[in-house]
Write a protein that binds this ligand. Structure first.
Ligand code: PLZ
Length: 454
């Protein structure tokens, strides 16, 4: 057993500039060794992390409001995850589940089949990344329905592989120069209340009809293999469709012999204050894709859905070398145990209420905030030029930089690069969360004052 390591103090500490001297040296090595294409939201090289804190190599303690893009919902190095992984990695690391099976993979599938919405028999297949889960969900849908058309939505994000780039809406940075993309992907308007012509009421009244009309006239319902949508669009900017939109799409799919696929890669595993966001309107998707929060930081993803659908694929039509690796499965069982034991679904609700309250207070003070939106521990503000709805991308960068310099990591999103999203670990202590939010408020004030001065 490895030697115990000191706990991470849950306190923000900024003892050097960020990046500090050691980070600066390592980042220079990063520049020399790593493709310049890779992003770097926070210029701080991390050496420890737990709870709501990231510790960099210079000893700075940074408040983490990003959770590695909604991955470490249970926190970095969560005890059950560490314990399971240490045991598993010492027992065996890989057999390839298609070659020689192992219990952990089966137990993760049993948990997914139990935890996902749907009062029908379910089965699962495990993969390595969200994009791979989407790839497999589309394969399964096309094979089951014997159809090809895949319906996706504006502002949607589904991955960076060729198929999932085609499904993803935003060109830069995800798609530009990487085409051609696979055919038979059809993008529909998204029910985006804040930016719908006529506003939220018109969106609730008209969006579903607009989409159904387009699917009927431009694709033909009988040609659709699947409708794929995120219950809350993540990279697109935490866009929440009005009530009725998702159920309406699910009904259309059912009425036309297509599958309804919920992409819960970012919304899944307690993030939204429910185990899965699909529960919010009692959706029972034919297939659900999951990843991110599933395994406490280890790479794992899944497609879970109707057993008749999952069993319709010819022998060995699904597979891959590493999918559902024993170590990732051990981590997932630890993460799921943590979510259930520590009641992180309820915790996400509490975190969401705190963040939403504070964001609305900020909105009352700052006209730069066009909208506050979110569900559970998945909250966002959309930044606009005061007095209108024009996206305010310039302010976004300045606010993020200010927060970074104060030792707070926040992430951005949005088709127009004007959304600040808050997706902290669900185990973040309340005082740290509130401190991080207060620094965000301070950042907005500072940027606004600067713009008034400059
Ligand atoms: C809904 C939804 N589906 C699919 C995916 C893809 O999951 P992978 O594990 O990144 O492949 C995501 C990943 N989102 C973060 C992408 C980060 C980046 O690449 O810049 C998602 O949010």
């Amino acid at each position: 057993m490895s030697t115990p390591i000191a706990p991470v103090e849950q306190k923000r500490k900024v003892i050097t500039a960020i990046p500090g001297p050691k980070s600066t040296q390592i980042i220079a090595r990063r520049a020399a060794a790593v493709s310049a294409s890779l992003g770097m939201s926070m210029p701080a090289v991390i050496e420890r992390a737990a709870g709501g804190i990231l510790v960099d190599v210079d000893g700075n303690h940074i408040i983490d409001l990003g959770a590695g893009i909604a991955v470490v919902n249970v926190g970095n190095s969560a005890p059950h995850v560490v314990e399971n992984v240490q045991r598993q990695v010492a027992e065996f690391t890989h057999t390839c589940f298609m070659v020689a099976p192992y219990l952990g993979y089966i137990e993760v599938c049993e948990a997914l089949n139990r935890l996902t919405p749907g009062k029908f028999a379910k089965k699962s297949v495990l993969l390595n990344s969200g994009a791979e889960a989407l790839e497999n969900a589309v394969k399964i849908a096309r094979s089951f329905t014997k159809r090809q058309a895949i319906v996706v939505f504006e502002h949607g994000y589904h991955g960076r592989t060729n198929l999932t780039m085609g499904m993803t809406a935003k060109n830069m940075p995800y798609k530009d120069s990487f085409g051609p993309f696979t055919p038979e992907i059809y993008r529909m308007p998204m029910a985006y209340p804040y930016r719908w012509e006529g506003g939220a009421a018109a969106c609730e009244k008209d969006a579903l009809d607009v989409v159904i009309h387009k699917m009927d006239k431009e694709i033909g319902g009988k040609n659709i293999a699947a409708i794929v949508i995120e219950p809350i669009q993540g990279e697109g900017g935490f866009i929440i469709p009005p009530k009725g939109f998702m159920p309406g799409l699910a009904k259309y799919a059912k009425d036309n012999g297509a599958l309804f696929i919920a992409d819960e890669v970012q919304t899944g595993f307690a993030r939204t204050g429910q185990m899965f966001a699909s529960e919010d309107e009692n959706l029972e998707p034919d297939l659900i894709t999951t990843a991110k929060g599933i395994a406490g930081g280890l790479p794992l993803a899944a497609v879970t859905g109707r057993a008749d659908v999952m069993d319709s694929i010819h022998a060995s039509g699904l597979g891959g070398t590493y999918g559902g690796s024993p170590v990732a499965c051990a981590a997932a069982l630890g993460a799921i145990k943590t979510i259930e034991e520590d009641k992180l679904v309820d915790r996400a609700k509490k975190i969401g209420a705190i963040m939403s309250d504070e964001l609305y207070k900020m909105k009352a003070k700052h006209s730069i905030i066009g909208e506050v939106r979110g569900r559970g521990a998945m909250q966002a503000i959309e930044l606009v030029i005061p007095g209108g709805t024009e996206p305010n991308t310039a302010a976004l960068g300045k606010i993020v930089k200010y927060c970074q310099e104060k030792g707070v990591l926040i992430l951005t999103a949005g088709t127009y690069s004007n959304v600040i999203r808050l997706i902290p670990p669900l185990v973040i202590p309340e005082d740290l969360l509130r401190e991080g939010l207060s620094i965000l408020d301070e950042a907005i004030t500072a940027v606004l004052n600067e713009s008034l001065v400059s």
